[in-house]
Design a protein around this ligand. Structure first.
Ligand code: F6P
Length: 320
């Protein structure tokens, strides 16, 4: 391996810059060249590729977003797009590629590896929904951002003695919702994984909490369930309790990464370079049982994980 390329793909996540910085500096420390590819697989196909030096990543570790920009690329889902991606890598002398993103991005990495480009995936998504790893870059910052926002909604909710439905991101996964539900002491948590959604049960719970003297009723609703605004209207009509919906949206993806995200991103970025330097390809970096580790991409993409039953059960017990 002589030259490593790095790109970020899919939704941005705080800590991606720390991972890029680690890829660049770990590569340079091993005597390798590094090229940055802008805008994910789109930039690869359009050859938006630049040389990166150690100084190019100065002052980036604390910045949210991704300095390489990111995109979702439909063309890269086609065999022609993947073939062209591999050709562009060869043309620019990129013989190892680090892809920072989620499962969708790893599917692209898997195809490039099959076409002879040594490729490693680094898990970067706020959703925590990559099965082979207990940690994904951006989750910690996103849940802290959401938690702080929900604390603020709770202040006004209590003052008005309202019910508040707060919708958090996570696509089809409920990790952000469950973590915020516990951290914010929510009365109800609606998760896509536990979708036996019974609105009457929710309504009864709001009414009985009110009778037991609760001043607010916080419902954390996962994006995978959605429809928070219409849900609020129905709940208000059925309970007589004023109800508002707040959709936190993309603010959850921004901001300076937490210490945890910076450290895990730095370690995972460096680990990806180490794998390539050791001649490995077609792997995804993960964190399991207290260690940084790696998995075959096919195996990683075939794995499944779900929210913890125990965590959910405890969250219910603590919401009385
Ligand atoms: O995967 C990260 C994520 O923020 C999800 O939580 C959300 O469903 C999605 O991306 C939103 O994507 P976009 O920024 O394209 O609207």
């Amino acid at each position: 391996i002589k030259t490593i390329g790095v790109l970020t793909s899919g939704g941005d996540a705080p800590g991606m810059n720390a991972a890029i910085r680690a890829v660049v500096r770990r590569s340079i420390s091993k005597g390798l060249n590094v090229k940055g590819i802008y805008k994910g697989y789109n930039g690869l196909l359009n050859e938006e590729i630049v040389d990166l030096s150690a100084r190019d990543v100065s002052d980036t570790i604390s910045r949210g977003g991704t300095i390489l920009y990111t995109a979702r690329c439909s063309e890269f889902r086609t065999a022609e797009g993947q073939q062209r991606g591999a050709e562009v890598c060869r043309k620019h002398g990129i013989d190892g590629l680090v892809v920072i993103g989620g499962d969708g991005s790893f599917a692209g990495a898997q195809k490039l590896a099959a076409l002879g480009i040594n490729t490693i995936g680094v898990p970067g998504t706020i959703d925590l929904d990559i099965a082979c790893t207990e940690y994904t870059i951006g989750f910690d910052t996103a849940v802290n951002t959401a938690m702080q926002a929900i604390d603020k909604v709770r202040d006004t909710s209590t003052s008005h003695e309202r019910c508040s439905i707060i919708e958090v991101m996570g696509r089809n996964a409920g990790y952000i919702a469950l973590w915020c539900g516990i951290a914010n002491g929510a009365e109800d948590i609606l998760l896509p994984e536990k979708y036996d959604y019974d609105e009457q049960k929710l309504i009864n719970n709001i009414i009985s909490n009110r009778k037991r003297g609760k001043k607010h009723h916080i419902i954390i609703n996962a994006e995978g369930i959605g429809h928070s605004t219409s849900m609020a209207r129905r709940i208000e009509a059925a309970t007589g309790v004023e109800t508002r919906a707040t959709i936190l949206g993309h603010m959850q993806r921004g901001g300076s990464p937490t210490c945890k995200d910076r450290v895990y991103a730095s370690m995972m970025g460096a680990y990806a370079v180490d794998l390539l330097a050791d001649g490995k390809s077609d792997r995804v970096v993960g964190y399991k049982d207290g260690e940084y580790t790696d998995f075959d991409i096919d195996e990683a993409l075939a794995m499944h994980k779900s929210v913890s039953e125990y965590q959910f059960e405890v969250s219910r017990a603590l919401s009385i």
